[in-house]
Design a binder for this molecule. Structure first.
Ligand code: AHM
Ligand code: MG
Length: 338
């Protein structure tokens, strides 16, 4: 490394960033710090296991289905156990909602005023067996009251205070959105697995030229979505290019760094559901990460962050996410200007 090139020197950890963030109250910091440390610790464990996955025989199916009727992979289970354990140990998480469990897990030994965490412990499961990008996604909520013992996610006393994801790829990244800013850290395996970053907030670059969607669902989309994609492919200038990893974390991460719009629209067929991605632990944290990086996430009509969760804690929503210019253009073209 050229010692004179400051741009290659990475010195800040996620906890150092939180400690230095003036917009977070001391009380919130005192709860967030151990939770963010636990997420990075869990990320190190997962990263190490994923790197040796085929050798450990953990890249296949666990032989059962989850609450959503999807086939559970062994790494889904390991991710669930790992993050559940490290988060419980903090004693600052009162209740944990996971894609892998039908009901939230209540931690009776935790701080009664503890935070709520919702997570997808292993995102992009279909990429596991082919050594392609996968991730973990987290939403952290605070409550204004300490009352209530269980089913805290069921009420509406819930404010999203942080969003984060871990990307397991050629390197392992940790991206965290807090107090109006989004930060990127990279795990240094040779330095005790520390996650290090520049401390400079991330921003979507202007003029992004990527669109990311699974076009095999084209026949199932509403006409306005089909028309937008046809326009992107035939008339949009400057010309856009398609990139799709098939793991939300990988697709969002690339679009965040290069500039691009991610689309997982609802299927237009009546009764066929409302998108694939889950509101509480996929759309919400990604929306916060996008917003704090100068972008926005919507369901095609309204901002994701304006949607109030209903009684179904695993509810799915359409997701359109990216920099402001590209998402605004999508909304204008599809008849719902932002
Ligand atoms: P998962 O959380 O069960 O892995 O599913 C969510 C994933 C997202 O990561 C990804 O964007 C999407 O499903 C891909 O779905 P599809 O294969 O329908 O394109
Ligand atoms: Mg997922």
């Amino acid at each position: 490394m050229d010692q004179g090139d400051k741009s290659t020197i990475r010195t800040k950890t996620p906890t150092e960033i939180i400690l230095a963030t003036p917009g977070l109250s001391p009380e919130l910091k005192q709860k967030l710090l151990p939770i963010i440390s636990a997420l990075t610790r869990g990320g190190k464990i997962m990263s190490s296991l994923i790197a040796r996955g085929p050798l450990l025989g953990i890249t296949g199916s666990a032989g059962k289905e989850n609450v959503q009727g999807e086939e559970v992979q062994t790494l889904d289970r390991i991710g669930q156990d790992t993050f559940c354990r490290v988060l419980e140990e903090t004693q600052k998480v009162r209740e944990l909602l996971s894609e892998e469990e039908p009901l939230p897990t209540f931690f009776p030994e935790s701080d009664p005023d503890g935070l709520l965490v919702a997570m997808d412990p292993l995102d992009g499961s279909s990429n596991i067996s082919v050594n392609a990008s996968i991730g973990s996604i987290f939403a952290v909520f605070r409550r204004s009251k300490t009352t209530g013992k269980e089913n805290l996610f069921g009420g509406d006393d819930r404010e999203l205070v942080a969003g984060a994801y871990i990307l397991y790829s050629a390197s392992t990244s940790f991206v965290m959105a807090i107090d109006q800013k989004t930060y990127l850290f990279t795990m240094d395996p040779s330095f005790g697995g520390e996650f290090l970053g520049t401390g400079e907030p991330l921003h979507f670059p202007a003029g992004g030229k990527i669109y990311s969607t699974n076009e095999s669902y084209f026949p199932l989309w509403e006409k306005r979505i089909q028309d937008y994609i046809l326009w992107v492919k035939s008339e949009r200038q400057p010309v856009m290019t398609s990139r799709y990893i098939g793991a939300l974390v990988g697709d969002l991460h690339r679009n965040l760094l290069k500039g691009g719009i991610y689309l997982y629209p609802a299927e237009g067929v009546p009764g066929k559901g409302h998108g694939k991605l889950r509101l509480l632990y996929e759309a919400y944290p990604m929306a916060l990460i996008c917003q704090f990086a100068g972008g926005i996430a919507t369901d095609g009509i309204r901002s994701i962050l304006s949607i109030k969760p209903g009684s179904d804690l695993h509810a799915r929503v359409p997701l359109i996410a990216g920099p402001m210019d590209l998402v605004s253009e999508f909304h204008k073209k599809t008849g719902n200007p932002l």
